[in-house]
Design a protein. Structure first.
Length: 366
């Protein structure tokens, strides 16, 4: 169902079929409530279509323009959904106040709440974390990141899992990233080191990007995806060393990409990827078009290591620092990837000279 406001990618294989959708509002001059109702109506249309019939949401992420004033209305509209629901202030740059990434699957049962849910019925149990925040009242990004990882570790432990052995993907949202990013980097490095995640073992695919929730004193929040019981030899880490350098070389700890090989399909999680070379240097400073081209080259190289390509991409998120670049960037992505579900949002990257960053998930039958 690729229409103006609903872009989808579906795959049917094995017991569990799935669909990724990016849903945009088609009301540009309405209130948030009207635009949200419009997005939710599109969601219902998808669920009632041939592509969505029989499927249930396993994860939802809402990109909103003003989380402080919109989160309560959004939660009311979501109602009693059992899946994890992420709410992040990363304004859609198409002029609307809300957009939705929706992950649907058939043949599964979802249990949990809007922060942490478990999806059973597939080859492996899936665990989703959404908008996890510090609850202790600490006032630095480093301390908040430490507590978030510790809380997440306890949640996984209750399901017989751990961050090291089971977490496949994280998304870390940082309020005022130019000020607070270094704190989350130090906290993640320390937590990983304590828990056996090192350059000699592995890290976790991740995006660290500007975003905030509804509370002004929450400097950090996190979404995450984990798989229970996945054997170590079924997880492949992606490097594309001709194009990108290992992240630990410049003091951060995440994987460029991770491929999980299930019996019937593979998932490829590409981390936030920008215009960077294999020495860790930013390329094409000040030229957003050239940065788009290089970011796409880097992502294509990572996908190729997993024997995938852009035709297998199920969803794509593009982050821009400068909203005035939107028209040029949208034109480029529409030309390159006309059928890929995607959203372009306002979200500065961790280095000021990076004007654009992109991430994606690919799904391919084995």
């Amino acid at each position: 169902m690729n229409t103006k406001n609903i872009q989808t990618f579906g795959i049917s294989c094995g017991k569990v079929s799935e669909c990724h959708a990016i849903i945009h509002a088609d009301i540009l001059d309405g209130s948030f409530d009207k635009q949200l109702a419009n997005v939710m109506a599109h969601k219902q249309t998808l669920l009632e279509s041939d592509e969505g019939r029989g499927a249930v949401p396993v994860f939802m992420r809402f990109f909103v323009s003003d989380a402080a004033n919109q989160a309560s209305a959004l939660r009311a509209a979501i109602g009693d959904e059992k899946c994890a629901v992420s709410i992040v202030e990363q304004p859609p740059l198409d002029g609307t106040k809300v957009a939705l990434w929706l992950w649907l699957q058939t043949g599964v049962e979802v249990n949990g709440d809007s922060e942490f849910s478990v999806v059973r019925g597939g080859e492996y149990d899936q665990c989703f974390l959404a908008s996890c925040k510090d609850s202790t009242g600490v006032t630095t990004s480093k301390a908040q990141m430490n507590h978030i990882f510790s809380d997440y570790g306890r949640m996984l432990a209750q399901e017989g899992m751990s961050v090291k052995d089971n977490c496949v993907r994280t998304w870390i949202y940082v309020q005022n990233i130019d000020v607070n990013y270094n704190g989350i980097v130090r906290a993640r490095n320390e937590y990983f080191s304590r828990n056996g995640l090192t350059a000699d073992t592995h890290f976790i695919a991740s995006t660290g990007i500007q975003g905030r929730g509804e509370n002004y004193n929450d400097y950090v929040s996190m979404d995450a995806y984990a798989l229970k019981g996945i054997p170590e030899d079924k997880v492949q880490y992606l490097y594309a060393k001709e194009y990108l350098n290992p992240t630990y070389e410049y003091g951060v700890s995440f994987e460029r990409g991770t491929c999980v090989h299930l019996s019937d399909r593979r998932y490829v999680f590409i981390s936030g990827t920008a215009s960077i070379d294999n020495k860790g240097e930013v390329l094409y400073v000040g030229n957003v078009r050239k940065q788009v081209e290089r970011a796409c080259v880097n992502v294509e190289a990572l996908l190729a290591e997993a024997k995938c390509g852009f035709a297998d991409v199920a969803q794509m998120i593009v982050y821009l620092r400068d909203p005035s670049d939107y028209d040029a960037v949208k034109t480029m992505y529409d030309e390159k990837f006309p059928n890929v579900p995607k959203v372009i949002v306002l979200a500065p990257v961790c280095r000021p000279t990076w004007l654009i960053e992109m991430e994606c998930i690919a799904v391919k039958k084995n």
